[in-house]
Design a protein. Structure first.
Length: 156
C-alpha cells in the first residue's frame, strides 16, 4: 500500500525530527564535532574519530548512500558498484522503504537529488535502521552518508 503525499510528508517530518534529536544526543554524549580527524572502513563497517592520530571513539556503521554536489545526484550504497559486496549487502534493507512508503526513490539506485533531499533520504534511512544518528563524510565533491549504529568498544 502506498502512502499519500500528505502521509509521506508527515512521516518525513517524524523521521527528520527524530534524526535532529538523535544528532543532538550524539554531539552532546560523544562530542563528535570536536575531533581532529575521522576515518572509516567499508571492510570493518566502522567509523573512527581520532585525536593526535589516536582512536578516541569508534562506531559500527551502515553506509546509506552518497550525494554528489557536482552532478546533484544520489546513489544508494546498495546500488553503488564501487562499494564492496558486504557494504552493499548491509544497506540493501533500505530498499524496504519502497514497500513502506510506496515511493520508487527507495528502489532506484541512482537519481537526481539536491542536498536537502539527500538529508531527507538519510532521515528515512536512520529511522528504518533504528540507528543512533548519522555522519556525513565530505570527500571533495561527493558526500558519503552513513548511519551510526552503535559504539564499538572492542578496539578502545
Amino acid at each position: 500500500m502506498s502512502m499519500t503525499d500528505d502521509q509521506f510528508d508527515d512521516y518525513l517530518d517524524y523521521c527528520y525530527d527524530k534524526l535532529e534529536s538523535k544528532q543532538g544526543k550524539l554531539f552532546q554524549k560523544y562530542g563528535i564535532g570536536s575531533f581532529e580527524e575521522y576515518w572509516y572502513s567499508q571492510e570493518g563497517s566502522i567509523l573512527q574519530f581520532k585525536t593526535d592520530s589516536e582512536v578516541k571513539l569508534e562506531f559500527n556503521v551502515v553506509f546509506i548512500g552518497s550525494w554528489s554536489s557536482n552532478s546533484d545526484t544520489w546513489m544508494w550504497a546498495w546500488g553503488n558498484e564501487s562499494m564492496i559486496h558486504q557494504t552493499r549487502n548491509q544497506s540493501i534493507v533500505l530498499k524496504e522503504l519502497q514497500q513502506v512508503t510506496g515511493y520508487d526513490i527507495f528502489a532506484n539506485p541512482y537519481f537526481k537529488c539536491d542536498e536537502a533531499m539527500a538529508h531527507e533520504l538519510t532521515a528515512f534511512a536512520v529511522e528504518h535502521l533504528n540507528a543512533e544518528g548519522m555522519y556525513i563524510s565530505p570527500d571533495g565533491k561527493s558526500h558519503l552518508f552513513m548511519a551510526i549504529m552503535s559504539q564499538n568498544f572492542s578496539k578502545l
